[in-house]
Design a protein around this ligand. Sequence first.
Ligand SMILES: Nc1ncnc2c1ncn2[C@@H]1O[C@H](COP(=O)(O)OP(=O)(O)OP(=O)(O)O)[C@@H](O)[C@H]1O
Ligand SMILES: [Mg+2]
Length: 283
Amino acid sequence: MSKQKQCSSDKELIIETTDVVYFYDNQIKALNGINIKVFKNEIVGIMGRNGGGKTTLAKHFNGILKPCSGDVFVYGKNTKNGDVREFTGKVGYVFQNPDHQFFRVTVLKEMEAGPDNFGLSNKQKKENIEKAVVLLDLSDLLQKHPMELDYAAKKKVSYASILAFAPRVIILDEPTAGLYEADRKLFSNSINKLSEAGNTVIIISNDIDFIVENAKRVVLISDGSVAGDGSTTGVLRDIPLLKRAGIVPPQISRLDMRLFGNNKTALSVKDFADKFSNIYNKV
Ligand SMILES: Nc1ncnc2c1ncn2[C@@H]1O[C@H](COP(=O)(O)OP(=O)(O)OP(=O)(O)O)[C@@H](O)[C@H]1O
Ligand SMILES: [Mg+2]
């Protein structure tokens, strides 16, 4: 394991995977030798085609899954050694399917489960829950049964119940699937707040608009391997790379390329409008 502090920079290494290989049922190869480092306070997007291994990889980041070969280090500790709770308390995982996360009878009780499980004080529990309720606009839902909620509300409750125990790293697996615009904004805003507070956020999503808005770095996972890793703009402007990884560039990028060629391709409507007005004003 390399040292926690990097020689070349001050970035603190939080998660490191070395040559991670994982098989389901000893036969389905889901990860094929993954090497990744995640540093403190990064917001990393993980993208790639369906079934490529994104969720399997992320489940290694907090010890829910252990590699068949290779190693995963979380805050310097190998996930093969130690209690899984030690890792799940530091790296909170918001599941792709919220139904997989619920096991209490009210939203409030669901949110109390994490803090109780990880031994937070009552004061800390109350403070964290109050913050998460405001952040995700859940005050009207606290006494409802989580399984009775609509899908978007379930997504918010599953996120809030992870925020309630204040892990230092938060993994959001497909956070925007099934969300309306207002809830997407709540999620973006919450990611911003987490980052400002020094947390590390990993977003698994093929929602390019959401990734462009929130992530500074993108890792592409394809067929269980890392197909690309770099700045969000660098990776998402590399059209051949995106195609190899099964990602369709956003419509606005395709329009931009058709009109202006493949030069600093716009990744958002705002980028495009800025570029267009620049060019228009010059003629
Ligand atoms: N519980 C499981 N049992 C057996 N095979 C599985 C299981 N979970 C995933 N797989 C297989 O492992 C591979 C990687 O799946 P994974 O869910 O990690 O991909 P993903 O990139 O998250 O996909 P998606 O975009 O659909 O969420 C796929 O071939 C998948 O069918
Ligand atoms: Mg997945």
